[in-house]
Design a protein around this ligand. Sequence first.
Ligand SMILES: [Zn+2]
Length: 336
Amino acid sequence: MDNPDSTLPRSEHFTLEVLADGVYAALAIPQRGARSNAGIVDLGDGALVFDTMLTPQAAIDLRNAAERLTGGPVRYVVNSHRHLDHVMGNAVFPAEAQVISTARTRQLLLKHGPESIRTQRQMRPQSELELREMQDQLAAEDDPARREALHEAIQTSTLILEAVARWKLRAPNWTFEKNLAVYGSRRAAEVICLGGGHTESDAILVVPEAGVAFVADLLFQGQHPWAGDGHLAEWQRILGEIEALDLRAIVPGHGPLAGPADLGAMRDYLTMLEDQVAALVAAGGGLEEGATPIVPEPYQALGGPDRFTRGVRVLAERAISAQKPEPKKSNGQAST
Ligand SMILES: [Zn+2]
């Protein structure tokens, strides 16, 4: 937790970075409650917050940080896309704050959100059991490294269990289609939707005067992206359009700060993913036989390899069912 600027608010969930005057990134600390990165923009007469993290505990720190950094209330909260780790903190922001997303993201959140929350709550007994098992393991463990890892896993599980119990879905109340510009007394910010790549609808936040963009999950740094809800060709097109903007710094949805070159690297990754999906589709029966795609050499150091495996399988399954003229549910695998 090396925070170079000791005057910045601190949180156990994220590290704040100053990107430009009045523009801050809140970078999630791994294994804590944030899970995804967020942004704070000082508009001059209040704050705009971009994405609200996974847990209310992290979101409370985010709200406090925004209020302290800007000396004003949070007036706008923007949700980049429908995934819970970007929206579940919405409820802790002031009731007067406008919660903004694309119209499609609002629809998708209302469609999938309650079910996702229910699923997480149904998993609670299982999660509590796993937590108790880890506590037993910790009590019996002597190796310091394994004790440290177990201790961290226990902390994370405890945080998530608490969060799931407290979750309240607050849907965006203000929607837009393509662009929304917010003009504050000191600076302006633009919310832009270039279509759907990572999900059916993805919005980014650009602070033009600073050359900064918050691109959420259109960019993952140092880890495999989740692509199972995405559209790979559209995703690559959108990254190309972001590359054409005049940007100095880019805040990804997950991982450390990035620059324009990382957008190209992400496109290369998605090309690789397309090839993997095509290979699995060509193998046809591979899915039923449980074929596991192997992470190619240059990407083996990335975190979250299960996202790669699941993503390739989900996208291949979708491509195969799209090829069939009459989609018949084969083995009860419901896909959304
Ligand atoms: Zn996402």
